[in-house]
Design a protein around this ligand. Structure first.
Ligand SMILES: C[S@@+](CC[C@H](N)C(=O)[O-])C[C@H]1O[C@@H](n2cnc3c(N)ncnc32)[C@H](O)[C@@H]1O
Length: 343
């Protein structure tokens, strides 16, 4: 039983001592860069406060930032210590002012946070950008609290540099089964009738309930303590960037942003202070060469929960889709959220 479990555990946890081959692919940046090519599609080992001022101004199309939340947490030995709100506000202002010059005038930024940090991030973000929305995603995992509501969500703030920005709505629609098929003159009204069922591609809202955090049986999982899922980052990237755009992550962690960028044909730059996490990021980037799939994103479509049979059917019969696939995909294994009965 134990060995079967171990066999299915896909967690990437290559120790630094065995990851030299991956670390060698990373770069350090110690001088001002005039040419973006030298740093694109690279993992930069270093402190974002030192690295960002050395990168070319107005060079990136999208920033995805997942900074340490205001919690005491160890990142491979480096502990981020919970601060007073005013100090976390100052920290947030400091890193936002460091990344803001890198963003193109028509660029977008997304910032991840928990509910407590969100109170600070949302307001500081306004000092630098046009805040467009606050996405809340349902985060299933978490401990129950004895005298409080269990935390089951996180926020992602969406902001832009100006009113001129990209948003590819059709790339992030969610395919849902039609419960009450409404017809006009006998024809489906805003839905598709297919051999595999009736579906509508719906506009995504700012509440995301179709995403799980990575766990041990998923190919993308690493031993990083706060890894985001590829599906979550893919939604952001597909909506707010185009192919070949430059996506920048100043707190790269295990490399999720860079991996998704590679899979979705964007260019990427990531900065991470811990060499151990850089090893996992590069290992995942290497794996992406042979496995470009993003779990939960199938045939270029995000599916609602509990739709695995329909996804499989759609794979066999691509004609089911009116939104043609950007890339044909099949997840290595089912989205756990789809198979958990956790609707
Ligand atoms: C919340 S985690 C990001 C996780 C990431 N989104 C993922 O999917 O793996 C924050 C990361 O920022 C890194 N970090 C913290 N301060 C940093 C700094 N000043 N410069 C670069 N990286 C930093 C930490 O080591 C940690 O890996």
């Amino acid at each position: 039983m134990a060995s079967e479990k171990a066999g299915r555990n896909k967690t990437i946890d290559t120790p630094l001592s065995e990851g030299q081959v991956y670390l060698n692919r990373c770069i350090t940046v110690t001088e001002k860069q005039t040419d973006l090519c030298a740093v694109t599609n690279k993992t930069i080992v270093g402190n974002m406060f030192a690295v960002c001022p050395l990168l070319p101004a107005k060079s990136v199309d999208l920033i995805i930032a997942d900074p340490p939340y205001n919690l005491t947490k160890s990142f491979h030995g480096t502990t981020f210590t919970k601060k007073k709100d005013t100090d976390y506000e100052a920290y947030t202002r400091q890193w936002l002012s460091t990344v803001q010059p890198l963003l193109k005038d028509n660029g977008s930024i997304y910032v991840c946070c928990d509910w407590e940090t969100s109170l600070i991030v949302g307001s500081v973000l306004r000092e630098f950008f046009h805040v467009r929305n606050r996405i809340t995603w349902q985060r299933e995992k978490g401990r129950g609290a004895k005298a409080n509501w269990k935390n089951g969500m996180e926020d992602i703030w969406f902001a832009t540099n100006s009113d001129d920005y990209v948003f590819h709505l059709d790339a992030v629609k969610i395919r849902k089964k039609v419960i009450a098929p409404y017809r006009v003159d006998g024809k489906p009204k805003d839905w598709d009738e297919t051999a595999n069922g009736n579906y509508r591609d719906t506009c995504p809202s700012n509440f995301w309930d179709d995403i799980t955090i990575p766990f041990w049986s998923m190919a993308e999982n690493t031993a990083h303590p706060t890894q985001k899922s590829e599906k979550l980052i893919a939604k952001i990237m597909l909506a707010s960037s185009s192919e070949q755009d430059v996506v920048f992550d100043p707190f790269l962690g295990s490399g999720t942003t860079s991996v998704v960028a590679k899979k979705l044909h964007r260019r990427y730059i990531g900065v991470e202070i811990e060499p151990q996490y850089c090893v996992w990021a590069e290992q995942r980037l290497a794996m992406a060469e042979s496995n470009p799939e993003i779990q939960g994103y199938v045939n270029g479509v995000f599916w609602e929960r509990n739709s695995l049979p329909a996804q499989n059917a759609a794979q066999k019969k691509p004609g089911v889709s009116k939104v043609e696939s950007e890339q044909k995909r099949r997840p290595e294994e089912p989205d756990p959220i789809l198979t958990s009965g956790n609707a």
